[in-house]
Design a protein around this ligand. Sequence first.
Ligand SMILES: Nc1nc2c(ncn2[C@@H]2O[C@H](COP(=O)(O)OP(=O)(O)OP(=O)(O)O)[C@@H](O)[C@H]2O)c(=O)[nH]1
Ligand SMILES: [Mg+2]
Length: 733
Amino acid sequence: MHNPEYQSVSTVPDPDNVTGQTVVALIGNPNTGKSTVFNGLTGLKQKTANYPGVTVERHTGTIDVGGRPVTLVDLPGTYALSAQSPDEMVAIDVLLGHVESLDRPKAILAVADATNLRRNLFLVTQLAELEIPIVLAVNMVDLAKKKGITTDCAQLAQALGIQIVPIVASSRGGLEPLIEALATAIHGRPPKRTILLPEVHAAAEELWHKLDTAGRHLTPYEVERALIDAHGAAERRFELIAGEPVFAEFQDLRTRLSTGSSLAAMEAKARYDLIDRLLENVETRSEPKMTFGDHLDRVTNRPVISVLLFVLVMATVFQAVFSWATPLMDLIDGTAGYLNDIITDTLPDGALTSLLTDGVIAGVGSVVIFLPQILILFAFIIFLEDSGYMPRVAFMADRMMRSVGLSGQSFIPMLSSYACAVPGIMATRVIPERRDRIATMLAAPLMTCSARLPVYALLISAFVPERYFLSGLLNLQGLVLLGLYLLGILGGIFTALLLKKTALNGPTPTFLIELPPYRLPNFRSVLIKLLAKAKIFLTRAGTVIFTVAVLIWSLAYFPRPQPILDDYDNRRSVAEASLQGDVLDRRLAEIEQLETSALLEQSLLGRTGRFVTPVFAPLGWDWKISTAVIAGFPAREVVIAILGTIYAVGDAENNENALVNRLRSARHPDGSIVFTLPVVVGLLIFYAFCLQCVATIAVLYRETNGWRWPLFAWTYMTALGYAGAWIAYRIGS
Ligand SMILES: Nc1nc2c(ncn2[C@@H]2O[C@H](COP(=O)(O)OP(=O)(O)OP(=O)(O)O)[C@@H](O)[C@H]2O)c(=O)[nH]1
Ligand SMILES: [Mg+2]
C-alpha cells in the first residue's frame, strides 16, 4: 500500500560520528516495557515496574547484532517528541545526537503497547520523521490477546514503511526476531516522511535556510519542532541558538501559522487522523469487557475507600516487618553468637580475638541482622510497584499534595524514597517545573528510607515493649514504626509547604497520570529483584560497614596504656588475696568491667568522643551515642555497626551478644541508665529528620547543579532533627 501522504525529503546532514559506536535507541510511551526489553536483550537489570516514569535517565548496554556489538540505550518513556520534563529531554537529546559521548542512533527500536496502539503510534509516527530506520516492537501481545485485540502487524509495517515484530517482553517471547530485524534496520533506509502540516514545514525550511546562512546551526527538523511545540525544549534550544531578533520573528511566524488553534493541536489532529486511517484495517477489537482490575478500580478509587486502603496497606507492611522477620533474625543472631563462641574458645584473649568478635561480628553482625526486615519491606515495595498500585496512590494523594502547593506527580518520588532517597530524587525528573521539582527533592529525604529502618528497629526492639492488641492483630512495636513513618511524611509535607510558600513560590502544577491496569506481579521477577536487593545490602555490609567496624574497633581498642593495665592487675591480686568463692568472682567481674570502661574512656575514640559530647549534651546523649551519630554521618545505618562495636569493646562479659541487650543495660559512670525514654524518643526523632547520607547529598548536588540546595537540605534537616530531639528530651525530663 502506498500512502500518498508520504513524500521524500532531503536527508539531514550526516551526524558527526565521534566514537564509532553503533547506537540503537530504545524508545516508546511510558510503561510499555522498554526496560523489560532492554534487560532481555542485554542481560542487565534495569529497574522495571508497572507505572509510567520508572526510567528517568539513559542506560546503555551492549548487544550482539549479527556478530557486531551494538550499544543499546534504554530511554525514559515519552508520549511525544515535545519534551517538557527533564526525563523526556533525555530521550530527545539522544535521538537528535545532542549527547556528547553518544553517537546519533543508527536505528530506533520503538516499543509500543499492543493494547493501546492508537496512542502509541502518535510517538511512532513522530519518530518516523527523524530520518532514522525504525523497528517497532509491538509488546504485551499476551495482554492484547486476553482483551480480544488483534493486530495485523505485516500490513501495518507496510503502511508505515518500517519493520514490526510482535513480542512478549516479560517472557522473552519474540526477542530473537527482534534482533534480526535490528540487524537489517541498522543498514537499512529510514521510512519516508509524511508531511502533516505542509505550510509549517515549508516555513520551517525557509527559516532554517536563513539561520544556516547566518552561521547558526540547527536542523530543519529542529526548527519545525520548535515552531510546533510552544514552551518545549526545542523552542528553548532555538532561542539559544538563533538569538533574540530572530526569535521575535519566529514567534510572529508561529502566530501567523496558527489558524484558529495552536500548531500543536493542529499537528495532533492531523496525526490522529492519519493513525485512524492506518489502523482501520489493521486492528480489530472485540467488545470491551470489564476486567477484575476495572471492578477493583471502581471500588478502590473512591476517595474514602482509597485512603482507608492506603492506611491498611501501610499498617500491614509495618506489622509484617516486625512479626514475620523474627525467626530469621533469631537465626542470624544465633549464628553470630555461635561464631563468637568458637572464636573465644579457640583463640587466646587479646587484640585479634577482640577484633574478630567486638569489631567484625558485633559491628557487621548488628547490621546484617536487619536483612530480613529490609527484605520484607522491599518485597512489599516491589509488589506495590509491579501491581500498578503506585500511580493509584499518587492519584489519591493528589488532593492532599495540592494543599501544600504540589501535586500527585510529587508523590511517586516520595513513595520511592521509602526504599532510598536517591532513586526518589531521580524520580523527580518527571516533574516539568523546576520549582516543584526542587521542593519535591527536598521533601524526599525526609521519607523513611530503608537505611533508617535498622536504626528504628534496633531502638524499637530494645525499648518498646512487645505488646499486642486486637487479639494479636496489632503490635505496639509495629505501631511505633508506623508513627515514625508518619512523622517522616509530615516532615516532608511541612518542608514542601514551607518551600512552596517562600523560596519556591509558584502555581500548583496540574497532574495527569496514566493508570496502568492492575497486574499480578510475576513471582519470579519479584524474587529476582529481591535477591538483587539482598546482594546490595550484604555487599555494603561486607565492604563499607566492615571497614567502618574495623576502624572504629581500632580506635576504641587502642592505645592500652600499661599503667592502667598494671593498676587493675594490682586490684585483682588484692582481691584474690583477701576474698574467696562467689564474692571473689563477683569482685573480679566488677574489676574487669571497670578496667574495660577505663580503657575505652582513654582510647582514641573515647578521647575524640569527649570533644563532640558537649554538642549533644543538651539532648542527653553520652559520648558513645554522640560519637556513633557523628561517625555515622556518611550513611545512617552505619551508626548501628558503630554502637555495636563500641558497646562490645566496652563490655567485659562477652557472653551478651545482642546489641539490644547491651543497649538496655548501658549505664553512665554514676550508675544511671543511658537510654532513658526521653533519650530514645529524641534519638528516634533525630534519625527521622537528619540527613545522614552522603549519597543523597551527592545526588542533590547533581540534580540541582550546585551546592546551594544540598547544603540547605543538610543544615535544615540536621537542625530539624536536633530541635526535635531537644524538645523530646526537655519534655521527657
Ligand atoms: N503482561 C506483560 N507485561 C509486561 C510485558 N512487558 C513488560 N511488562 C510489564 O510492564 C511493566 C512496565 O515495564 P517496564 O519495562 O518498566 O516499562 P518501561 O517502558 O521501561 O517504563 P518507563 O521506564 O516508565 O517508561 C512491568 O511491570 C513489566 O513487568 C509483556 O510483554 N507482557
Ligand atoms: Mg523503563
